[in-house]
Ligand binder design. Structure first.
Ligand SMILES: Cc1ncc(COP(=O)(O)O)c(C=O)c1O
Length: 228
């Protein structure tokens, strides 16, 4: 089996998992988008996934995104890039205006750095639902103020929330993110439309879909274990 065949087979299995989970939850399979996490994987793996019908790819490192997107930009079907990793303000220039969606906004300073680039940018706010000191993400208590901030800015808009749960049972954290979204969506704000819930990875995508995920971010099940 070639690498391209392996990736195509893996993608088909992941799509089947998503469809089965959506159906079990009474949701339409196409209400969940698959983001293929290509972090640390070569450009040719992305090409193989595109040949198998995948469109959206997530990267965690700003310079890796810059380099990989340059390699693939001239292809007949270039990827739709998403940025899903932690980001320092001085690296925002590699990302702003170059990705369909930034999943990892977790502070007013980072949001302001995107605004300052002057390009339209769709964003999700990464929320630290469990309040873990070691994890990135905005404390839930600070969510209303950060959402309010979008109203006073011109280039950024907020399309939803993102979560990386702690180890262990992810379901209560997924449910908590959805509850936060539902609570905040009840309040209309300019430049804010909380339609996306980015949650669920290789090991827990079914649970995430059951709890309302609209984007699942899957790496290992598509590309295999990442090089360390
Ligand atoms: C933010 C984020 N989402 C999703 C993934 C994909 O995880 P998995 O390989 O378990 O599918 C990663 C992997 O590093 C990640 O950092």
């Amino acid at each position: 089996m070639t690498r391209a065949e392996e990736i195509a087979g893996n993608l088909a299995r992941v799509r089947a998992r998503i469809a089965a989970a959506a159906t079990a939850a009474g949701r339409a399979p196409d209400s969940v988008r698959l983001l293929a996490v290509s972090k640390k994987m070569p450009a040719d793996d992305v090409r193989a996934a595109i040949a198998a019908g995948q469109r959206a790819f997530g990267e965690n490192y700003a310079q890796e995104l810059r380099d990989k997107s340059a390699l693939l930009a001239a292809d007949a079907l270039p990827p739709e890039w998403h940025f899903i990793g932690p980001l320092q303000s001085n690296k925002v220039k590699y990302v702003a205006g170059k990705v369909a969606l930034v999943h990892s906004i977790d502070s007013a300073a980072l949001l302001d750095a995107f605004e300052a680039r002057g390009a339209p940018q769709a964003c999700l706010i990464q929320v630290n639902v469990a309040g873990e000191a070691s994890k990135k993400g905005l404390p839930p208590a600070e969510l209303p103020a950060l959402l309010d901030r979008f109203a006073s800015l011109n280039h950024v808009r907020c399309e939803g929330l993102m979560l990386i749960p702690p180890r262990g049972d992810a379901r209560p954290h997924f449910a908590a993110l959805r509850a936060l979204r539902d609570r905040e969506a009840a309040r209309a704000r300019p430049h804010v439309d909380l339609r996306e819930l980015s949650m669920g990875m290789t090991d827990d995508l079914e649970v995430a879909v059951a709890e309302g995920a609209t984007i699942v971010r899957v790496g290992t099940a598509i590309f295999g274990a990442r090089p360390t």
